[in-house]
Design a protein. Structure first.
Length: 218
């Protein structure tokens, strides 16, 4: 993340870590001794602080985005704790994280980063992300489905969560082995998944809600 931040800030601050000449010897052999740039000897937090200082003179802050939050990663916990220090120090910094619900919940339960529970859990960002998901993923997926696929999925909507393939076939007015062909197609596309023998449920996030809205418009 530090590398990407330095690249983004390169237009405003000098982010090079050029080596400096520390000494020169002339004896039987000619020699040069180089000294590493000071920033290489600092830890991640100190180097980030230097970047904040350089950007602050232009009134520019830093937005950090994290996709696919994983509470099992030690680096994630360490990063979140360091970010808390940036906030306490009054840095111009914001954090936007997204992830599967169970991963986000696990991260929020970690006592080391309990401050995240008090964070705004970005309703506007969720709405924007949902709109982007609808347009870029769900809408194209919907229009690629066959009439049989849509009939299978429409029959699933009558169930709260898990559907029996036998019930789906009955609602479609077809034999179970015929309905199973569409089950296999939809599982292969990642739209639904198996939940035991003869049972299926939606796997693609928000696709069930999208279908309910789409069919209501028809």
């Amino acid at each position: 993340m530090l590398k990407r931040t330095k690249e983004a800030a390169a237009a405003y601050i000098d982010t090079t870590d050029s080596p400096k000449l520390k000494g020169l010897t002339v004896a039987q052999l000619f020699g040069l001794e180089w000294e590493s740039a000071p920033s290489e000897q600092l830890n991640w937090r100190s180097r980030m602080n230097a970047l904040f200082k350089g950007l602050d003179q232009y009134g520019i802050g830093l937005l950090i985005t994290v996709d696919e939050v994983s509470a099992s990663l030690d680096e994630m916990i360490s990063f979140a704790a360091t970010y808390q220090l940036f906030v306490r120090e009054g840095k111009r910094v914001g954090l936007l994280m997204a992830g599967l619900p169970h991963q986000v919940s696990a991260l929020l339960r970690n006592q080391t980063v309990s401050f995240l529970r008090r964070s705004v859990q970005v309703q506007r960002g969720v709405a924007l992300a949902q709109g982007d998901l609808d347009q870029r993923v769900l809408e194209p997926t919907f229009y690629e489905l066959s009439d049989g696929d849509l009939a299978f999925l429409r029959a699933m909507l009558e169930d709260q969560d898990v559907s029996l393939v036998a019930d789906i076939a009955q609602r479609m007015g077809v034999a179970s082995n015929y309905a199973s062909q569409y089950r296999a197609r939809l599982v292969e596309q990642g739209i639904i998944g198996t939940r035991g023998r003869g049972k299926v449920a939606f796997d693609m996030p928000h696709f069930k809600e999208f279908l309910l809205s789409k069919f209501a418009e028809a």
